[in-house]
Design a protein around this ligand. Structure first.
Ligand SMILES: *Cc1c(COP(=O)(O)O)cnc(C)c1O
Length: 465
């Protein structure tokens, strides 16, 4: 029985001639289609053998459909656009900051062809890759010089490798942070050959703790903004001006890793206490490090600004070559920085800042408008607008709560987890957050142009999905 069925399984060439499959050969490639046909036929042979033919063979039309579906699934890009309805504005798993139109346009323009990455078009001479953005970083932060690399973790490694290899970096114990996804400052330091010298205690560090630790081996003093936690209660840290005073007295550079890279204060919007790059430079930090894709709202990169002689040492370090950014990043960063020259302009045109600064009343209006539309969907039992709290980042400071409004969906005849899974797998994919067996769609991180897409995504599911 099984042997006879195995013989009846169609051949690869028979399937290639099938009218459902043939157009796919033209659209994709012969090799891709043949590979997938082989996969499906192999699976079928295994099924027949293991079930001794009890399941019977699918008819040729069903088989063609199965193959076509497998081919088309395989052609979906693995990186897909997502509507972020988690409320987390800087979601590392969702690619952090969405980019400004101005940045996208410049990235597309240089992506399509060649670009003056290391060529000065006026003189025809070789130039530095960072020239395109250095002038803008000087204007926006007030620093003397700048260099750009792959991300802020890279910026930290480069800086310490260039300035502190085999020597000591003094850091307060309260700032030895771990940031989601295996970034631990002590590990980063040892990976680039710097020796960590912790000072103070978890909750308190005083100026004399730094002063006592400084010795022959000390290379730099480092301050790190604890982006994802706060020590409250009986605590004290040494202020940046105080650290700068100690650094100057002992002729040691002060490095300030500010993390999120705010270009102007954002406390009134809920991002409380985020250090501003220009303020760090003005307070006397010799180097300031930050990410390009957090509060700056640009492409992924790490930015180091500060004193010319230190930046030169970093730029010449061999590791710089391994962490350099490409032409599209440089173009996107330059366009984003151009917007930051005017904070009003930045707020109006950089999506991350638009989302962060949207008045909560607007979110309430949208939530109240969306709730009945969502409730009318087949997969929804009830949908209500409700005020909530959102966070800046996945691992953000608990004191940085952003006011927001959500639509809380109670699904019809299925769990909220199941509804969430269906929405994640849809096109466009929608990611919300599940809370008390409800699915919350948080509008803080959704641009208004995506409201209709949210309704369509939920409306496209049936209650039996
Ligand atoms: C986010 C962060 C980093 C890591 O930055 P990436 O750009 O993700 O590499 C380092 N330090 C601080 C303080 C941060 O907040």
């Amino acid at each position: 029985m099984a042997t006879k069925m195995l013989r009846n399984i169609p051949s690869v060439s028979e399937m290639l001639d099938n009218p459902r499959i043939r157009p796919l050969v033209d659209r994709l490639s012969h090799n891709v289609v043949v590979d997938r046909i082989r996969n499906v036929l192999d699976d079928l042979r295994e099924d027949v053998a293991s079930s001794s033919g009890n399941g019977g063979l699918p008819d040729i039309g069903d088989l063609a459909e199965r193959i076509a579906r497998r081919i088309l699934e395989g052609e979906q890009p693995s990186l897909r656009p997502v509507i972020n309805a988690t409320g987390i504005l800087l979601h590392t798993g969702l690619g952090r900051a969405p980019l400004a139109e101005e940045a996208i346009e410049e990235m597309v323009a240089v992506a399509r062809g060649y670009a003056s990455v290391e060529l000065d078009l006026a003189s025809g001479k070789r130039s530095q890759r960072v020239v395109a953005v250095e002038g803008l970083l000087q204007q926006v932060t007030g620093a003397e010089a700048a260099v750009v690399c792959n991300n802020n973790a890279g910026a930290t490694m480069l800086t310490l490798a260039a300035l502190a290899a085999q020597r000591e970096v003094i850091v307060s114990r309260g700032q030895l942070i771990e940031i989601g996804g295996s970034y631990r400052l002590p590990d980063v330091m040892s990976a680039c050959g710097a020796h960590l010298r912790e000072v103070g205690t978890t909750n308190k560090t005083h100026p004399h703790d730094y002063e006592q630790a400084i010795g022959e081996e000390t290379a730099v003093l480092m301050r790190v903004h604890p982006s994802n936690f706060v020590v409250v209660g009986f605590s004290s840290a040494v202020s940046l001006p105080e650290l700068v005073r100690i650094g100057r007295e002992h002729n040691l550079p002060v490095i300030d890793d500010i993390g999120s890279g705010a270009m102007f204060p954002l406390d009134e919007f809920g991002a409380v206490g985020e250090p501003v790059a220009r303020e760090s430079i003005e307070a006397g930090a010799d180097l300031v490090l930050f990410s390009g894709d957090k509060l700056l709202g640009g492409p992924q990169c790490g930015i180091i600004v500060g004193r010319r002689h230190l930046i030169d040492r970093i730029a010449k370090h061999p590791m710089m070559r391994a962490m350099r950014v490409d032409k599209t990043t440089l173009a996107g960063l330059a366009a984003t920085l151009r917007l930051h020259r005017d904070p009003q302009r930045a707020q109006a045109s950089i999506p991350l800042l638009q989302l962060l600064t949207t008045p909560v009343e607007n979110l309430q209006n949208r939530a109240e408008r969306l709730a009945p539309q969502l409730e009318a969907c087949d997969a929804v039992e009830s949908a209500v607008a409700m005020p909530e709290e959102a966070f800046l980042g996945g691992g953000s400071v608990p004191t940085q709560k952003l006011e927001t409004w959500c639509v809380a969906i109670t699904p019809a005849r299925q769990s909220a987890d199941r509804l969430a899974a269906w929405l994640r797998k849809g096109t466009p994919a929608v990611v919300g957050r599940v809370q008390h067996d409800q699915l919350l769609l948080d509008l803080r991180s959704v641009p208004p142009r995506d409201d209709q897409a949210l309704v369509n995504a939920v409306g496209g599911l049936s209650s039996s999905d």
